[in-house]
Write a protein that binds this ligand. Structure first.
Ligand code: MCN
Ligand code: MOS
Length: 769
């Protein structure tokens, strides 16, 4: 039997504007919004479980040394205490593999430390009947230490030059030689401090064991990856671990991995045979997961007198921890943004006594752009060319590093659209040449980019007896809009209104999904849901045609249309039924299809690897193309001449994320990224107490993130076109793109306003003196 069904989705592939709010490309409001606004959305640690016990962590107060002894006597006898866990009393776990799935050493793992490598490391935990009792008893645990000198940060004399990371080296031509002979040369050092993700919802979890089966309610950007880690720690089969995370109060990179506090809580639950809840305090979140690593970069550019780049030499370092490895790829934007015949980028990492730094919105690209996008601005002033013009003059027509064509690169269009809307042509070039009373006005521009990270995805789509559609996936929504865009994808593909689609996410019992990181989830999951929904629609139409009980059977039709929840002949000459009526007529209570984007010959092992590690991610330069999203930010600052305070007064950004699945949500994501970039530029910095190697502003009163009053009107313009090399439906990444380039655009604007080049973030008033 051949079934030629009409795929409602097909006609709209590549079109981001028509089809109403329900279709892909429509401005549907967040479908999870009402649950969040009314409080119906239940976050991980809000589960009410019978017999719940509460764990509280005890953390190291020194940054380097050893735990000499832990006196738990007072804590153990305190009211309500069930257990005090120390390295000596906690059950033994096994070391788990890393996120690449590398086979772990056959060695024990203890989430409570004896050897202290950073301040805030978990050394003990107290479990009690109530949270208050656990807090009180934790304060009674007495830890004595043997202190050794700590390497406080990158500027510590003991830090040294660090370890070369050869995999980061990118070189072509003769960069040093070409620099030496270039008529114009600039060389500068750019620094970014430790920054923190600071999601509203702190890290925490509830762990419950039933025999050798573990359920974990925990905010998670990657249920299947975290389930794998828990399974490996406790030596139980992967299937025995269930992660539940339907709602997440933000992650920004910090919730993708199972962390040591999770191991503590799950161990306690096992030891007590009771469910255990452990929630970090806000200060603990600053060391429970690493923030963005502090970085140092030098960028040298050799150019012709007309601003044409001949050479870029780039050296970078980032901090990592004493016993962990984090590489923040600092050459990522440097190596692709501008055309240059000669290039060299190298990177070292330096070990300091800190928690291992981690992923924070656009890791690598973000600090990388601060270096190169500041440096090219310096070059513009050096040669007396407009900062926008110099970027166009050095426009990379292909990927300069991979030497491949761009899949799509609407950056020229972004510069043009942004400049037009911002009114860039009215800018007077000289620093300090624009003012409004005692406010110096500066206009800055910078570009940004983020690679299109791709992986395979899978989903189930069900058409239920009442004609509604259900989508299931173990992927997640931490606020970026996954529920909504998957409802749109299923609605459009099957042919039902979006409010007849229920999307279920955040449970590892659903079809597996890879990490919601690297701005890949939307592309991966819209592709998987499109495939599953297409398969479900095929089945529906197939049944309508082939089942003798179907009213369409007599019609001998070979094409049917499903639209707006109704099924009919395209010629309009036959029955016109609701999907529910059709299912009833053929005696089915539902239709179900699984769809995935895995290659056809994939083994079960491949699938497990794809969903629980990042080892199967497809390189963004795979095949003939180099795939990235792009943006251009135009920013106005106003600097008070007397006080040196900087305020961002206007932002116009034009962005190329390919086709948008939902412009309303993409715009919201872009604005969120820009706001985070304003925080990075002007406010955010982890401040170290150098005596104790401890972050002192580890709370939201002292670690400043932008408030409404800090944020002006932000205008975002989409200049993307569908990119089918990047994803099934033509979209590129959105979530991480827009933060990239904001800080250099602000620094460039501050230079234009004041004549003062600030190369150390954040741009605080004392740096403008
Ligand atoms: N989108 C779209 N069109 C596209 C691509 C995406 O309309 N072509 C929209 C969709 O609403 C989609 C969202 O943008 O849900 C993000 O898609 P994508 O760029 O693929 O990113 P992910 O879904 O993988 O989300 C992760 C990304 C990352 S890596 C960080 S860090 C980040 C971010 O999303 N953390 C966030 N955005 C965040 N937003 C919120 N509210 N909270 C976080 O913690
Ligand atoms: Mo985003 S930092 O890749 O979770």
């Amino acid at each position: 039997m051949t079934v030629h069904n009409i795929r409602v989705g097909e006609s709209k592939r590549g079109d981001a504007s028509d089809g109403g709010a329900d279709a892909v490309g429509g401005r549907l409001s967040r479908v999870d919004g009402p649950a969040k606004i009314t409080g119906a959305a239940k976050y991980a640690v809000e589960q009410q479980l019978e017999g719940l016990a509460y764990a509280v962590l005890v953390e190291s107060t020194i940054a380097s040394g050893k735990v000499r002894s832990i006196d738990t006597t007072a804590a153990e006898t305190a009211p309500g205490v069930l257990k005090v866990l120390t390295p000596d009393t906690i059950i033994s776990l096994r070391t788990a593999s890393d996120w690449f799935g590398t086979t772990p050493p056959d060695a024990p793992y203890c989430p409570l430390a004896r050897d202290i490598t950073f301040s805030g490391q978990h050394v003990a935990a107290v479990v009690a009947e109530t949270f208050e009792q656990a807090v009180a008893a934790a304060a009674l645990v007495k830890v004595s230490y043997e202190v050794t000198p700590a390497i406080v940060d990158l500027s510590d004399a003991k830090a040294g030059d660090g370890i070369p990371i050869d995999a980061m080296t990118k070189e072509w031509g003769d960069a040093q030689g070409a620099f030496a002979s270039a008529p114009v040369r600039i060389c500068a050092a750019y620094n970014t401090p430790r920054e923190y993700q600071a999601p509203m919802e702190p890290h925490g979890l509830i762990a419950r064991w039933e025999d050798d089966k573990l359920t974990v309610w925990e905010p998670s950007q990657w249920l299947d990856g975290m389930a794998r880690t828990y399974a490996e720690w406790f030596g139980v089969p992967f299937e025995n671990v269930r992660l539940v995370s339907p709602y997440i109060g933000g992650g920004f990179g910090s919730k993708a991995l199972a962390l040591s506090h999770g191991a503590v809580a799950a161990s306690a639950a096992k030891m007590l045979s009771r469910p255990v809840r452990l929630v970090m305090t806000r200060p603990q979140t600053f060391t429970g997961y690493g923030g963005r690593a502090a970085t140092r970069q030098t960028v040298t550019i050799g150019a012709d007198a007309d601003g044409k780049i001949q050479s870029i030499v780039h050296r970078g370092i980032n901090e990592t921890s004493i016993d962990g490895m984090w590489v923040e790829p600092l050459g990522s934007v440097t190596s692709i943004m501008y055309a240059t015949p000669n290039f060299s980028s190298k990177q070292n990492v330096v070990r300091v006594n800190s928690v291992v730094p981690g992923a924070m919105r656009a890791p690598g690209e973000n600090p990388s752009a601060f270096g190169i996008e500041s440096a090219i601005d310096e070059l513009a002033y050096e040669v007396g060319i407009d900062p926008l013009e110099i970027r166009l003059r050095n426009y990379a027509e292909q990927d300069p590093h991979a030497k491949k064509a761009w899949s799509t690169r609407q950056l020229r269009e972004a510069f043009a659209a942004g400049a037009e809307r911002f009114g860039w042509a009215k800018r007077t070039p000289a620093p300090r040449s624009m003012r409004d009373g005692n406010q110096l006005i500066g206009w800055g521009v910078a570009a940004g980019t983020y690679p299109v990270r791709r992986a395979y995805g899978e989903a189930i789509v069900r058409i239920l007896a009442d004609g509604s559609v259900e989508v299931e996936s173990s992927s997640i929504d931490m606020g970026q809009g996954t529920y909504t865009i998957l409802a749109q994808t299923a609605a459009e593909t099957v042919g039902v209104p979006a409010n007849n689609v229920v999307v279920k996410l955040g449970d590892s019992r659903f079809p597996r999904a890879g990490v919601a990181g690297g701005s890949r989830l939307a592309g991966v999951m819209t592709g998987a849901v499109y495939k599953a929904a297409t398969a479900a629609l095929d089945q529906l139409v197939g049944l309508a045609i082939s089942d003798p009980r179907s009213p369409f059977h007599a019609l001998q039709a070979n094409t049917l249309v499903v639209a707006n929840g109704r099924i009919s002949s395209p010629r309009g000459d036959g029955p016109d039924l609701s999907v529910a009526e059709l299912l009833a007529s053929v005696g089915r209570d539902h239709i179900e299809a699984t769809g995935d984007t895995m290659p056809a010959n994939s083994t079960a092992q491949d699938r497990y690897k794809n969903y629980t590690t990042i080892a199967m991610a497809l390189p963004h330069t795979e095949g003939d193309y180099s795939r990235h999203s792009w943006c251009a930010h135009f920013i106005e600052v106003r600097v008070d001449e007397d006080f040196g305070t900087v305020r961002v007064s206007r932002v116009v950004s034009a962005l190329d994320s390919g086709r948008l699945y939902n412009p309303k949500l993409a715009e919201s994501q872009w604005k969120g990224g820009i706001i985070m970039g304003i925080g990075q530029a002007l406010l955010e910095e982890g401040i170290m107490d150098r005596r104790h190697g401890r972050i002192v502003n580890n709370n939201l009163a002292d670690y400043l993130v932008p408030t409404n009053a800090d944020i002006p009107d932000i205008e975002v313009i989409s200049v993307g076109i569908p990119d089918l090399h990047s994803s099934v439906l033509g979209g590129k990444g959105v979530g991480e793109l827009a933060i990239v380039g904001v800080a250099p655009a602000i620094a460039n604007a501050v230079f234009h306003a004041t004549g003062k080049r600030v190369r150390d973030l954040p741009i605080t008033l004392e740096k403008l003196i």
